[in-house]
Unconditional design. Structure first.
Length: 399
């Protein structure tokens, strides 16, 4: 065992019996477990939060099914890397060897990259296992998604994290069991609580803490989480603190602060598409009618991030963030919509006025559907007629 590997890698389970927290998927009698045990696994997408076991489960499947395991990351690999693996997979197929291709963060690949997988899945050269933290319905192209089963992994509950931490502390060969570590159950629980359901973060913090001292205290654990760059967890509180800081900095027209918070997120590994989606929302919520081009800028930034990914798209997001910060602001649309929703809740489903209803049948005409409607072009768009329900006549939502 290579002791230079991170603790999380050394402690990676090699069998389903040591794989904790996903009993709904691979517990006894579950379909995925049966498929693994019978060596009949389909191509699939694992969707779940960081540290929930997506990569580990792919390793276990490859080992259990006696397949050759190939792994690439969509962040750092492209079509050139994929073609090399696919050529090897085709050669393996001719020799009767199965190839499992695990693609981490598959949502980072664009359409052409994802499409390149299709013929090789179709002819059985590869069994694809894609991992994503994003909803595959939106981030995986339809043809690829239709050829894969989607399995949802849950964030690890505290009892499972406790098991994983204790296993690492007790294992003398791969873990920390050979060291004389002083740590009590209260501290172990603190690690589990601060890890936000992420086993990788839990083991990373534990390993760093042990490098500081073998007498583990609460202060050492807190320092370990900070010093290990674990303070920015994509599903934890700090994630929401920083996206809030970015949003409020843009709203307050402070381009420098907005740029800082953007960089904090990107350099910590945040998905650029998540940030881009927030910019699209900001463009309408906080800028809106003050500058209708802001929405175009935000959507263009999102599409550009889709095309080229990180790290190249960092400057694209920087452009969009600075643009949003420097724009004139208006929340009139946001406020108006909230007023409309309030009236909908207050009055319920009010009837559409008869004069603006369509009348495609004779019966509808006899019931006065469309009667008295003034066709706007005939009045040079200056006609006077009511478009709201009677109960809201004359109501003004916009300033």
């Amino acid at each position: 065992m290579d002791k230079n590997k991170p603790l999380a890698d050394r402690m990676r389970p090699e069998s389903l019996s040591d794989f904790f927290g996903q009993d709904d998927l691979v517990g006894k009698g579950k379909l995925l477990r049966q498929a693994i045990e019978e060596d009949k696994v389909p191509s699939m997408i694992f969707w779940g939060p960081p540290g929930s076991g997506k990569t580990t489960l792919a390793y276990i499947i490859a080992k259990k099914t006696k397949s050759e395991f190939k792994q690439i990351s969509a962040v750092s690999s492209g079509l050139k890397d994929l073609r090399v693996i696919l050529a090897e997979a085709e050669a393996n197929k001719r020799l009767g060897i199965k190839t499992i291709l695990f693609i981490d963060e598959i949502h980072r690949w664009n359409k052409s990259q994802q499409d390149a997988l299709l013929p090789h899945i179709e002819n059985g050269a590869i069994i694809l296992i894609g991992a994503t933290t994003e909803n595959p319905s939106f981030e995986v192209v339809g043809p690829l998604l239709s050829r894969c089963r989607v399995f949802v992994l849950k964030q690890l509950a505290k009892p499972y994290l406790l098991k994983i931490i204790k296993r690492a502390l007790e294992d003398k060969e791969k873990g920390l069991g050979a060291l004389k570590i002083k740590i009590n159950d209260k501290i172990i629980k603190l690690i589990a609580e601060m890890s936000n359901g992420d086993a990788r973060i839990a083991l990373g913090a534990l390993e760093y803490a042990v490098s500081l001292s073998t007498n583990i205290t609460a202060d050492i654990i807190k320092e370990a989480f900070q010093k290990s760059n674990l303070f920015y967890d994509k599903n934890g509180e700090e994630h929401y603190n920083i996206i809030s800081a970015l949003h409020k900095s843009m709203r307050g027209s402070d381009a420098n602060a907005a740029l800082y918070w953007l960089a904090r997120m990107l350099e910590a590994g945040e998905d650029p598409l998540y940030i881009a989606r927030r910019l699209v929302r900001f463009a309408s919520e906080d800028i809106g009618l003050a500058n209708s081009q802001a929405l175009n800028q935000a959507v263009a930034a999102y599409e550009a991030c889709h095309f080229i990914g990180m790290p190249e798209c960092n400057v694209i997001l920087a452009q969009a963030v600075v643009y949003m910060a420097k724009c004139k602001k208006s929340n009139d649309l946001y406020v108006a919509y909230e007023k409309v929703v309030s009236d909908i809740k207050k009055y319920g489903n009010l009837s559409v006025p008869l004069h603006i209803r369509n009348a495609p049948t004779k019966l509808m005409k006899n019931l006065n559907y469309g009667k008295g409607y003034k066709y706007s072009p005939n009045y040079n768009y200056k006609e006077e007629q009511e478009y709201l329900p009677q109960e809201l006549k004359g109501k003004k939502y916009l300033k």
